[in-house]
Write a protein that binds this ligand. Structure first.
Ligand SMILES: CC(=O)N[C@H]1[C@@H](OP(=O)(O)OP(=O)(O)OC[C@H]2O[C@@H](n3ccc(=O)[nH]c3=O)[C@H](O)[C@@H]2O)O[C@H](CO)[C@@H](O)[C@@H]1O[C@H](C)C(=O)N[C@@H](C)C(=O)N[C@H](CCC(=O)O)C(=O)O
Length: 504
């Protein structure tokens, strides 16, 4: 649109937040989920906005600056941001990773593979952003459109050639990734998640499916085809589909893995290229096999590593250099972290939906332990539906293997955006009760972990799962153990007061 192009050429920046408007900025008024950006147009004009972009001009007050009317303000924001930063994604190899689980691990694996191969590398994801020079913590998994383009532009300045970014369903749905040019896409798996945002599972799948529209016909779309919902998504896809699966069968997947060893601390597997593949650089990869060792546990991490390895192969990274890079990859924060506390083995994982809860329990199968104790933090501000689904997943597991379940709302360890509501707690506990699950509930994280410690002995396995509510779990656990060790030097038996007053 010429009017927008002319405007961008004169603009000093693009923003959709009135509080950030600087003189000469274009303010894009977005009708959001909470409020309407059009109602901040006067404030934006007073701060020196060059123009207002709106898809609902009837909501705007009289203004003395130009108003550009567009069909969709969120799309316009992405378009303006990409143009303002000179379309940085077109000047690098950028791999977009979507799926319910595995996005963080896969993007970090790619960052590691590229870095180990001497490439200047960038990352945008849930845990951090790496612009090629500095690394800083993230706010969202997929940032707003302006931030994405800004980070990519910083990467170009820092001479980044290869980057990986997590693409959430919300990010797709809210057009944060529109006008981003991907050199490959990855779809890891789909399970029920973010039902509060999308309304139902079908809408969530639809949002994920829209990722396909962001890829050029020649751009490889690497898909874990063993997942039934991934199969559904790609059924009518006529682009450059590259399929992966665990289990050797050339008819089943273009590239597959056979597991040769699976243990507490990692795995080894063979990657089979089952049919010739053309890389982005135009080279032909003939059918062959590579042996890979991975130092992080879990079959789901083999799936993640396979997807990352295929993306690296298609970006012309020498297979002989992908395998050592995967071997030296260490787990990401709170993704199947295994550590020891006295004689107790502890697993700490961000399991936050039925798929990731299943992945943790599947991995536990490779562990040797006497008794199993699981502490789960309820997911706050994500709605009752996902909490009912998570509780059902835990209940299903307790019917198969015995474990003590301790549930907490982590009231003292979550910020305002993650507080567990009464409805969410009710959904979780009612599901457990309906499914006749044995559990203990306590509202605070230290109480929950204190109970867990009281119920574990050397040789036992303690599993900490949950998202924000369990983020401080490892630290709190260490503090409890240190306090206990300090105190027990003076007394032969000690039960910390908080642990003895646990509510049910
Ligand atoms: C539901 C959701 O995703 N909301 C995001 C969205 O809000 P929104 O567009 O609905 O905006 P709004 O708050 O209604 O405001 C409307 C407009 O008025 C503007 N405004 C508002 C106030 C003001 O004073 N001045 C002003 O100009 C706002 O900047 C906005 O443009 O756009 C905002 C700005 O980019 C985001 O901060 C906000 O993310 C919220 C905080 C959030 O928590 N999002 C989560 C659910 C999310 O996106 N998560 C995914 C999933 C991760 C995963 O896979 O687990 C993620 O990618 O992180």
């Amino acid at each position: 649109m010429q009017a927008l192009d002319d405007l961008v050429a004169r603009a000093t920046g693009i923003t959709c937040y009135s509080g950030e408007v600087c003189p000469g900025n274009i303010f894009v008024a977005i009708r959001g989920r909470i409020t309407d950006g059009n109602s901040f147009a006067t404030a934006a004009a007073e701060r020196g906005a060059l123009a207002i972009v709106s898809d609902c001009p009837e909501q705007l007050p009289p203004l003395k600056i130009p108003i550009i009317v567009v069909a969709n303000a969120r799309l316009a924001l992405a378009e303006l941001a990409a143009a303002f930063y000179n379309n940085p994604s077109r000047r690098m190899s950028l791999i977009g990773v979507t799926g319910s689980n595995g996005k963080t691990t896969i993007t970090c694996m790619l960052e590691h593979i590229f870095t180990q191969n001497g490439l200047s590398t960038g990352l945008i994801g849930t845990v951090r952003v790496n612009n090629g020079k500095t690394t800083f913590p993230s706010v969202l998994t997929t940032p707003d459109a302006v931030s994405i383009q800004q980070y990519l532009s910083q990467m170009i300045k820092n001479k980044v050639t290869h980057a990986a970014m997590e693409v959430s369903a919300q990010g797709i749905d809210m057009h944060r990734v529109a006008n981003v040019s991907f050199s490959a896409g990855i779809l890891s798996n789909i399970c029920a998640d973010h039902l509060d945002f999308h309304g139902d599972f079908a809408s969530y799948i639809n949002a994920k499916a829209k990722f396909l529209n962001l890829l050029d016909t020649k751009t490889p779309f690497i898909v874990n085809i063993s997942d039934p919902y991934c199969q559904t998504i790609v059924r009518n896809f006529d682009g450059n589909l590259v399929t992966t699966a665990i289990g050797y069968s050339s008819s089943r997947a273009d590239i597959s893995a056979t597991v040769t060893h699976l243990s507490t601390y990692g795995s080894s597997f063979d990657i089979h290229i089952n049919k010739p593949l053309t890389t982005n650089g135009g080279h032909l990869l003939m059918p062959q096999k590579y042996c890979v060792a991975l130092a992080i546990p879990g079959r789901h991490n083999i799936e993640n590593a396979l997807l990352a390895a295929v993306a690296a192969l298609l970006h012309d990274i020498n297979p002989a250099k992908i395998t050592p890079a995967l071997a030296s990859f260490r787990s990401v924060e709170r993704r199947m972290n295994v550590f020891h506390l006295g004689g107790i083995t502890v697993i700490d994982d961000t399991a936050l939906n039925p798929g990731s809860i299943d992945a943790v329990f599947d991995t536990i199968g490779a562990f040797r332990y006497n008794r199993l104790v699981v502490v789960n933090a309820i997911r706050g501000r994500r709605g009752p539906a996902i909490n009912a689904a998570n509780a059902a997943a835990l209940a299903g597991r307790q019917r198969k293997i015995p474990f003590e379940l301790i549930v907490t709302s982590s009231v003292d360890h979550v910020g305002a955006a993650d507080i567990v509501t009464g409805e969410e707690k009710m959904a979780f506990l009612t599901t457990l009760n309906t499914l006749k699950t044995e559990y203990t509930y306590t509202s605070t994280l230290p109480n929950a972990l204190g109970i867990a410690l009281n119920r574990t002995m050397p040789g036992d396995l303690l599993v900490l799962i949950g998202a924000q509510g369990m983020d401080a779990g490892r630290q709190v656990l260490n503090e409890l153990v240190n306090a206990y060790n300090c105190h027990s030097q003076n007394s032969s038996s000690y039960l910390p007061p908080a642990w003895s007053t646990v509510g049910k």
